[in-house]
Write a protein that binds this ligand. Structure first.
Ligand code: NBP
Length: 478
């Protein structure tokens, strides 16, 4: 075969990824279960590069240069297993199967192990940036063996997004499921970012009394500063958009029930398993599910509580500045939590993930791309074993500066009855970490009371139990 890479699964993502490889000078074998898609791709985009269209699995495999590199871009789940089972028997030792779908990292670990035992490299790759990213340069998060990255990396570096300093947004994240794990956390952080922006919007609308167009303008201004990011940019676009049918702001005619495809939920599920407090991401996932409970919201609408009273113009401008501080501080916290989860996954599965490299490859191509990520990369560059982003002096200083406004915004939201689960959870996380003593001591006492679960003491080693039902003396519990 002559093709340096093959792509099977030519729906929107696979097609754009294949075109991206071809536009970068690679010969690309293309294949799809339904051959009409393969023919359509070559007819429409054949002029963009060198494609080898394959109708059958055998033809596809034969078209590939060895060791073969074969990208699967099909619907995540059973389809991925079906395609692997179709191709694996046709491959030779040392060939590389790449799954670019949104797989759960546990599935990737299972597939990698099974294929490794058959002599085939399996690389689970997180790809972020949607269809545009796939075509013009996504952020790419490959897992799998170091050996497979040696063969695959140079191709991925060509097609990946480039950070402002020119570095390709791809790195070997770590073995087996590390790439898909990091992609999952990326999506969790994306949920949190979106929720925080939504809360800022809600406050500017209800408390500052701004119109959607004014809020778009505010976000455009924020986007020239430290909040400079793709999500803030598109938020301004959405808010400035007018619905053609009604002439109303677009945001006012869209049903206020958020949907989700599930990667944010995975992040929280896995965080629970790993015991990582990703409260910001969890609140973002729950906020979407709450919004979808239409019947529950209907019966709750008449519950007592304040109606927000818009501020006068002077106060509104000052409040908007405070909201910017609250948004920025909350964003630092949600990235702190996300990076904690990356670290915890890396420790649990022995991946040795380099947090700074992860921040670096999120700087462009993906949905959470932002100037901010270069700051995070810088923090890890300075100290690669940084225990928490909040341990970075600059981030700590910035939160320190923001905190009065942040507290004021959360307090105002509570007084005016505007829900801000993201801002509030982030602030609670921050204050819990700062606390000299937590009421967890009382929790331990309660657990010992009803379940003899024992506790440790501040002044001595060991485990202890108090005889709560008896004379309340303390006994050594080992
Ligand atoms: P879809 O997720 O809609 O999958 C459609 C593709 O899967 C078609 O090529 C279809 O072939 C193929 N397929 C299915 Br369905 N079942 C199959 C089977 N049993 N055997 C062989 N092929 C099968 O495509 P997509 O939206 O392009 O996404 C592809 C992957 O990329 C997904 O895992 C997705 O989660 C991930 N992803 C998507 C985005 C995005 O923005 N859309 C972003 C990042 C990652 P057919 O043509 O014969 O039906």
């Amino acid at each position: 075969g002559t093709a340096q890479i093959g792509v099977t699964g030519l729906a929107v993502m696979g097609r754009n990824l294949a075109r991206n490889f071809a536009r970068n000078g690679f010969t690309v074998a293309v294949h799809n279960r339904t051959a009409a898609r393969t023919r359509a791709l070559v007819e429409e985009f054949g002029h963009e590069g060198t494609f080898v269209a394959a109708e059958s699995a055998q033809e596809f495999v034969a078209a590939l240069e060895r060791p073969r590199r074969l990208v699967i871009m099909v619907k995540a789940g059973e389809a991925t297993d079906a395609v692997i089972e179709e191709f694996a028997p046709l491959l030779d030792e040392g060939d590389v199967i790449i799954d670019g779908g949104n797989a759960h990292f546990a599935d990737t670990r299972r597939r990698e192990k099974e294929l490794r035992e058959r002599g085939i490299h399996f690389v689970g790759v997180g790809i972020s940036g949607g269809e545009e990213g796939a075509l013009h340069g996504p952020s790419i998060m490959p897992g799998g063996s170091a050996e497979s990255y040696a063969s695959l990396g140079p191709l991925l570096e060509k097609i990946a997004a480039k950070a402002p300093d020119g570095t390709p947004c791809v790195t070997h994240v770590g073995p087996d499921g590390a790439g898909h794990f990091v992609k999952m956390v990326h999506n969790g952080i994306e949920y949190a970012d979106m929720q925080l922006i939504a809360e800022a919007y809600h406050l500017l609308r209800a408390v500052a009394g701004f119109s959607p167009e004014q809020i778009a303008e505010t976000f455009r201004t924020w986007n020239t500063g430290r909040l400079d990011s793709y999500l803030i940019e598109i938020t301004a676009e959405v808010l400035a958009h007018t619905d053609a049918a009604t002439g109303k702001p677009f945001v006012d005619v869209v049903m206020d029930q958020a949907e989700q495809k599930g990667t944010g939920r995975w992040t929280v599920q896995i965080a629970l398993d790993l015991g990582v407090p990703v409260s910001g991401i969890a609140e973002a996932v729950f906020a979407r599910s709450l919004s979808g409970h239409a019947a529950l919201r209907d019966v709750s609408r008449s519950l007592p509580g304040p109606q927000p009273k818009p501020l006068d113009a002077n106060e509104a401008g000052r409040f908007a500045d405070q909201v910017e501080q609250a948004l920025y501080a909350s964003k630092i916290v949600s990235y702190t939590q996300g990076f904690h989860q990356v670290q915890a996954g890396s420790d649990a599965y022995d991946w040795d993930v380099d947090a700074g490299s992860v921040a670096a490859i999120w700087r462009a191509g993906c949905i959470i791309r932002a100037a901010f990520l270069d700051r995070i990369r810088g923090a890890y560059d300075e100290q690669s074993d940084l225990p928490s982003l909040l341990a970075d002096k600059q981030f700590a200083d910035e939160i320190g500066t923001a905190q009065d406004d942040w507290r004021e915004v959360v307090a105002t939201a509570a007084r005016q009855g505007v829900p801000t689960p993201g801002f509030s959870a982030a602030l609670a996380y921050y204050d819990a970490l700062r606390a000299a003593r937590l009421p967890a001591a009382l929790t331990q006492g309660q657990r010992d009371f009803f379940g003899a679960h024992t506790y440790r003491r501040t002044d001595r080693e060991g485990s202890f139990h108090t005889l709560w039902g008896g004379d309340r003396t303390e006994v050594d519990a080992g």
